[in-house]
Design a protein. Structure first.
Length: 205
């Protein structure tokens, strides 16, 4: 930013150049602050662009303030009209007091209901914790029973296999016994052959 070497005679602040300075953002806020702190308009050094920017900013803020003032005036007129209408109809203090007492009674009832609900919530939370504990215990018990069932089933299968093996062995030995019972040991020891009146025992006639 380039500035001129000339300064304001009363403040000593340099006059900014009108060719290379445009107030925006923080610069506009600084100008507003200088204006608010000054006691005379001539104490604030401004170029033409600065003054135009400041004028637009002040015009915008003035429009916002006027709109806000209009809203406040409308609300004030509505309150005045409502007060006048109430004055014409008459304000029943006793009725208002009864309504207030009714609202206070309703508030107390709601507080009591809230307290009762909180107590019930605590009881339900304790019951839920107990049920969850029982559920965990049942889950552990189910796991233990399942392991026992698995072991028993494995033992049952092994016993059944062993029983079938024993039965097969018994049948085989029974068959061997019957075969041995049908064998004559004399026939095994002596060869006997008969042909009419002649007989042969181990090759002897």
């Amino acid at each position: 930013m380039s500035t001129s070497t000339s300064a304001h005679p009363s403040t000593g602040l340099p006059f900014p150049s009108t060719n290379s300075y445009t107030p925006t953002g923080a610069a506009s806020n600084l100008l507003l602050e200088l204006l608010c702190d000054s006691t005379h308009p001539l104490e604030v050094p401004m170029c033409r662009r600065c003054s135009s920017q400041l004028s637009r900013e002040l015009t915008r803020q003035l429009g916002e303030l006027e709109a806000e003032c209009g809203v406040y005036n409308s609300a004030l007129e509505e309150l005045i009209a409502a007060k006048r209408a109430g004055g014409r109809g008459g304000f029943n203090a006793e009725e208002a007091r009864d309504q207030l007492m009714g609202l206070e009674q309703e508030e107390r009832e709601l507080v009591e209901q809230l307290t009762a609900l909180e107590t019930e919530e605590k009881a339900l939370s304790a019951e839920l914790d107990l049920k969850l504990k029982e559920r965990r215990e049942l889950a552990d018990s189910d796991e233990t029973l399942y392991r026992r069932l698995r072991d028993n089933h494995r033992a049952l299968i092994a016993g059944a296999e062993e029983q079938r093996s024993v039965k097969a062995q018994i049948k085989y030995e029974g068959d061997q016994l019957q075969r041995l019972q049908r064998i004559n040991p004399l026939d095994m020891a002596f060869f006997i052959w008969i042909d009419g009146e002649y007989g042969t025992i181990n090759g002897l006639r």
